[in-house]
Design a protein around this ligand. Structure first.
Ligand code: GLC
Length: 494
């Protein structure tokens, strides 16, 4: 295959800045494409309160570049450069007025303005670099205006002329800087009119994700099941109709995880490294984890972890209902993750009442610090999401021999095969799932899981199957290359 020139654009990028799975994908996919021999550059905003310029050895390459956001408004930015790995540059758009004021990278009252400005600056940067891209890959709503701008304001750019655009939906709930459903129906963006003035209040009504879907040469989501689910009204977040109309250019590619980064054999975050051949060593991590979080050190008590943003999507309403029943049994539960206050309060209350069984740590920092140790030390990973475009944590769980219990939706449905001792799934299952978003069904799945845990041989086989399956980026990266090819051919057909 011809070597492609690819620009990958995102709002977050591990290890510089990450709040969720998007940061993982933005890191791992370009690295895999680079390893496959393609020329990739990555562009993100420079959040100066979060990204450590010195630590990451970032260098300013273009100071004081005037960006004409629209006919009336312009702003000065600077462009910086660092490295994701040798030979894979990351460029940063620096504009402190919009990206350097807060520690929280997202909550701003002018979110649409920030990412509009970023989008124009990105296209300007690509032109300055004279990077004659074949592919411009845009991740989630933050970058949704780029395909639109490319076909309108930047349509005559010589550098961008041959580039096909891909818009990847990581989560359709998030379409713009505010909740799409809070915009009055008559003010909702139809995606066809020119953008309002940068300073005008109506910029806040522009739906970036919708424009991304409408103007990109190809669109994809991060799992095959989610790509089908979003065509239905109850998953489509008001965009199901435009998605149905563009079904021929909508695809699903299940995410992977970086197998170099996540490797229990070499991971320095563990107290004891192990492989599928030495699973018995995993117990050392479990004991350490129990000690660290002041739980009784009990080898045979199943330890369930839940590492996730504490938001409705991830199924916390079910979790909170189920916990009192679950905790009446011989189990331990560790919940790690920042999020909505209402869940934090309820979980903290439960943790107080069950101090020897339930630990709740509502800190994003702690997740980043202990992430893999938690999987290495736990027996189960729980994620009963209401919907899940892909989910990354169940893939990390597999890698660390931690068995997932999930709701069969989106990417969870594509990656977790239900273990059922009564059918031939007995030799295929790698976890436990349930179908409907109901407390009773979650409880049944948990009961099946805990029961299986006590059949040691069956249990070990289950862990082994998860650990042996490959969820590396190797295959998804190749699927993206196929998708890029399709995007190029769709572009030519226009
Ligand atoms: C979003 C989705 C999650 C997905 C991640 C990376 O965070 O909610 O399911 O795994 O993006 O694509």
């Amino acid at each position: 295959m011809k070597k492609l020139k690819i620009v990958s654009i995102s709002s977050e990028l591990d290890p510089f800045v990450k709040t969720g799975g998007l940061g993982d994908v933005a890191r791992a996919l370009p690295k895999s494409l680079h390893r496959l021999g393609h020329e990739v550059i990555v562009i993100i905003p420079l959040y100066t309160k979060v990204i450590n310029i010195k630590k990451h050895n970032l260098k300013e390459i273009y100071p004081d570049v005037l960006i004409n956001i629209d006919k009336k408004n312009s702003i000065k930015v600077s462009f910086w450069c660092g490295e994701l790995m040798p030979g894979l540059p990351v460029y940063f758009v620096r504009c402190d007025k919009y990206f350097g004021k807060k520690k929280n990278i997202y909550v701003s009252s002018r979110e649409n303005a920030r990412f509009y400005l970023f989008s124009v600056a990105v296209l300007k940067l690509v032109s300055l670099l004279k990077f004659k891209a074949d592919i411009i890959h845009c991740h989630d709503w933050f970058t949704g205006l780029i395909p639109y701008l490319k076909t309108t304001r930047f349509k005559d750019s010589q550098t961008l002329k041959n580039a096909a655009t891909i818009f990847t939906i990581h989560n359709l709930t998030y379409q713009m800087g505010s909740n799409w459903w809070d915009v009055p129906v008559e003010l909702r963006d139809k995606g066809k009119l020119a953008l309002p003035d940068f300073k005008s209040a109506s910029l806040a009504h522009i739906n970036f994700a919708k424009r991304g879907i409408m103007y990109a040469d190809a669109v994809n989501t991060v799992s095959e099941t989610y790509a089908k689910e979003i065509l239905k009204k109850n998953f489509g977040q008001d965009l199901h109709r435009i998605l149905i109309n563009r079904q021929h250019k909508l695809f699903g590619v299940v995410n992977g995880i970086d197998y170099y980064q996540y490797n229990p054999k070499t991971d320095k975050g563990l107290v004891k490294n192990y492989t599928v051949e030495t699973i018995h060593r995993k117990i050392v991590n479990k004991r350490y984890l129990q000690k660290l979080y002041h739980l009784p050190i009990l080898d045979r008590t199943p330890l369930i972890c839940l590492t996730s943003r504490l938001v409705e999507q991830k199924g916390f309403d079910l979790v909170i209902e189920v916990l009192p029943i679950l905790l009446s049994q011989d189990v331990q539960v560790i919940i790690l993750g920042a999020g909505d206050k209402k869940y934090v309060q309820k979980l903290n209350k439960l943790a107080k009442a069950h101090a020897d069984k339930l630990i709740v740590i509502p800190s994003h920092q702690e997740v980043l610090k202990r992430e893999t140790l938690v999987y290495a030390g736990s027996d189960f990973f729980l994620l009963p999401s209401r919907f899940e475009p892909c989910g990354i944590n169940q893939l990390i769980s597999f890698r660390y021999g931690c068995v997932p219990i999930v709701r069969a939706t989106g990417g969870l449905s594509d990656t977790v095969i239900n273990f059922d001792p009564k059918t031939d799934k007995k030799t295929q299952g790698n976890g436990f799932n349930f179908q409907n978003y109901k407390t009773a069904e979650l409880l049944v799945a948990l009961t099946r899981a805990l029961e299986t845990y006590h059949h040691r041989q069956i249990w070990k086989d289950l862990i082994r199957r998860g650990m042996s399956a490959s969820f590396s980026w190797d295959l998804p990266a190749r699927k993206y290359l196929e998708l890029y090819k399709k995007a190029k051919s769709f572009k030519q057909e226009q």
